[in-house]
Design a protein around this ligand. Structure first.
Ligand SMILES: NC(=O)c1ccc[n+]([C@@H]2O[C@H](COP(=O)([O-])OP(=O)(O)OC[C@H]3O[C@@H](n4cnc5c(N)ncnc54)[C@H](O)[C@@H]3O)[C@@H](O)[C@H]2O)c1
Length: 331
């Protein structure tokens, strides 16, 4: 057995992929999730599952005592940047205040490592499109600010604790487990990829592109899309690397190149071999225009070699998931 890890939000989209990555590699996996957006059918069969809030101390006590947790991967969060503009209290409470409370609990339990799911949203609209970890952070939504606050707390706290912290700033996470065990559980996910898949499969009438007059090559936003299984692998490599590293270890996680929303549609048409129906809508508040990860740090430190860095691969795994999961679960 490699180690005993707790994944908060492990029944969610990214957390469940991380759970499979660790379970596949001989870790004992425990999941704590309140199932607000997650789905327990996505988790590995041999994982322990607890339903509840990640700041429920009684439940946490049971989990830590019964399963001798040595590392925590904290994925649970509120994740919708647009929603955060109208619900800032919820976002700061869940993503900042409660994360601090969880870390304080972990410190009392003397865990050795803690990974935080952070986000490229901490950068806001950067001056240069390619951002590295030194790029100045100027989030434009409460979602981005609430994650940056958690990062800053970790920066301060790591001076006085023995916990080794890893902070991974994910770019746009897409695709699904190539073995078909898990994928996006949320039928109403606001992510651009999910919406594109729904439109491709006829579950929504038309795909809306929010804004086509941005200062980008084709006027639509540009994103660094990263396959969720490569991201999950980066978590395992980070956890295994952390022991001898200065804490906190902060790393971007993206492929280092981007695609516009229009390019997504063109690729989807190639994958489907038919035309997509789409329309142009107004710009959305809080949307970042274009951003791409400089991933040199992660590649060098972890020797991270992505396996699924192809838009076709990302789309076909996502489409396959949407087809089978929604057929079996949601009708
Ligand atoms: N999806 C992306 O592209 C993306 C990009 C950057 C960062 N992230 C970060 O990755 C993490 C996971 O995101 P995701 O896309 O898998 O979202 P998700 O909504 O699928 O997963 C979040 C999980 O956390 C659970 N949860 C939420 N609040 C909880 C609470 N208080 N207690 C216990 N469980 C709770 C939900 O039920 C869900 O299973 C988040 O921290 C998010 O900020 C995601």
């Amino acid at each position: 057995m490699m180690g005993k890890i707790l994944i908060t939000g492990g029944a969610g989209y990214i957390g469940s992929h991380i759970a499979h990555e660790f379970s596949d590699n001989d870790y004992e996996v425990t999941i704590l999730d309140n199932l607000s957006t997650g789905n327990v059918s996505l988790i590995p069969k041999n994982a322990h599952f607890f339903q509840g809030d990640f700041t429920d101390h009684t439940l946490l006590d049971t989990i830590f005592n019964d399963h001798k947790i040595d590392s925590v991967i904290h994925c649970a969060a509120l994740i919708d940047a647009a929603e955060s503009l109208v619900k800032p209290i919820e976002y700061y409470r869940e993503n900042s205040a409660k994360t601090i409370e969880l870390i304080a609990f972990c410190d009392k339990k003397n865990i050795s490592k803690f990974l935080l799911s952070s986000t490229a949203a901490v950068y806001g609209n950067p001056i240069s499109i390619l951002v590295d970890e030194e790029t100045y952070c100027r989030p434009v939504t409460p979602y981005g600010s609430s994650k940056l606050m958690a990062e800053q707390f970790i920066g301060d706290f790591s001076r006085v604790t023995s916990i080794k912290f890893g902070i991974l700033r994910y770019f746009n996470v897409v695709g699904a487990d190539p073995k078909g065990r898990t994928g996006q559980p949320n039928a109403n996910s606001s992510s651009v990829f999910s919406s594109l898949c729904r439109a491709a499969l006829g579950k929504q009438e038309c795909f809306t592109i929010y804004g086509n007059d941005y200062d980008t090559p084709d006027g639509t936003c540009v994103r660094d899309f990263v396959h969720v299984s490569d991201l999950a692998n980066a978590h395992r490599l980070t956890l295994e690397y952390l022991s001898n590293e200065k804490s906190p270890l902060l790393m971007n996680c993206g492929y280092g190149h981007g695609f516009s929303i229009m390019q997504l549609i063109n690729t989807m048409e190639t994958v489907l071999e038919k035309k997509m129906s789409y329309e142009f809508g107004a710009r959305r508040n809080g949307d970042i225009v274009q951003i791409i990860a400089c991933n040199d740090k992660m590649r060098k430190k972890l020797n991270w070699i992505p396996k699924y860095d192809s838009l076709n691969e990302m789309m076909s795994t996502a489409l396959k998931w949407e087809e089978t999961f929604y057929k079996s679960n949601l009708g």
